[in-house]
Ligand binder design. Sequence first.
Ligand code: HEM
Length: 462
Amino acid sequence: MAERSAETDADRRTGTTAATPAPEPTAPPRRSGAPLVGNTLTYVRQGIDFLDTLQEHGDVVSYRALGEEFVAVFDPDIVESVLVGRNDEFSKGDFETAFGELIAPDGVAFSEGETWRRQRQLLQSEFTPAQVQSYAETMVDETDALAADWRDGEVVELRETLSTFTLGVLTEALFDLDLDNERAGVVREATLALADIADPTTFALHSVLPSWLPSPSGRRYERAMDDLNELIERLVDERRDADDRDDLLSTLARAEYPDGERMAPNVVRDQLVTFLFAGHETTATSLTYACWLLAGHPDVRERLDAELERELGDSDPTFLDLPSLDVTEAIVNEAMRLYPPITILYREPHEALTLGGYRIPEDATLQLSAYGIHRDERWWSDPETFDPERWLADRDRPEYAYFPFGGGPRHCLGMRFAMTELQLALATLAQRVEFERVTESLDPTMSVTLDPGEVAVRVRKR
Ligand code: HEM
């Protein structure tokens, strides 16, 4: 997603720039809750459905839950304004930072200001089109190996299988590292333990109970992170001596900015954890949803097969084929529209301000709801239907009616990597297998990513 100049169309449409004399701001509509706990219990019990009901109150809705004052945003123009034009007026905020503290507080996803800028500059050299192109063959090879491993008629649980797969692609491509089962298991366990602790129920409990009170998920998480830290230390040590390599792990092991300043060891650790966590579960859930949706829509599958036959014949897809694989891309986009892995983006204003005519207090946590906006019938006809065709037709909708990778200066650093992997993996899998649904319906829950739960499919070799 392109970065933009300070004042955007969205700012002008929402009347949020200093240049436009705005009418007197009012408080946003409020969803009331129980005394003291606010909407915590409903939030915890209903998760994503609760957030859905907020939209009934308007495009900007305030409520209290989990000990926080939230303002949910369902207007694409306001989202654009917050992420792009007025990005400097916000930080990720306390709610997101509390989550970051659990994982990698000094990594690029949670740092702020000048520290963030320097980190981002250093790291984005690994994600240029040329770099991502150099990872493409690994992506296809790993997918080929995955499909080769499946027997005809085998029932496969996609979410778990694809998590291991995307972790393999990530470590191989970015770190030039073939993690053996034991090492991969350490990273997987840390991811699962995080999902456990970040479950809304547990998170809510943490906000009510004193933090020193040990919980089973808390202890599991601590153990998993100790093991992960040990693993990362070993990897960095192993790589530090190999100074002729230019992969991300080597860049971090050298721990040096272009001006010669050194990155502190805890920051190196945090960057690695950031990539391990941000880079594999997100892509795995997207691919899971895409494969499952495809399994339920033979008409879409036919269009995909025709495209792959026409554009690739018997050859494997390459990076250079991607611009001609429109249906493949449309399927990936449509899967992420219906099931954005990151359902909500969080921001907190540095000081009280006005957004879309509403007064937003300084301590409020903005929730930019990708899930809600992606299913809003003002921008998407028949929004609950999986219809990749909509991406192939002319479209006229606000740019931020779709923002699975965020936007503005802090948009997903791995977006190009993820889109390349998703399209290449989907095309490679489709050339080799068909899926039949065993799990007939999904009931996703909000965790670190939008968790589909168990997704079983039967594999038919082609
Ligand atoms: C389908 C897959 C993915 C999705 C949907 C996704 C989504 C996102 C979103 C929404 C953000 C912005 C969060 C915010 O503004 O608050 C983000 C940031 C980030 N993502 Fe991704 N991501 C994906 C894959 C990846 C991959 C593969 C990598 C790395 C290899 C990655 C690395 C990052 C990093 C480092 C950031 C923080 C950027 C910054 O703050 O400057 N992501 N991602």
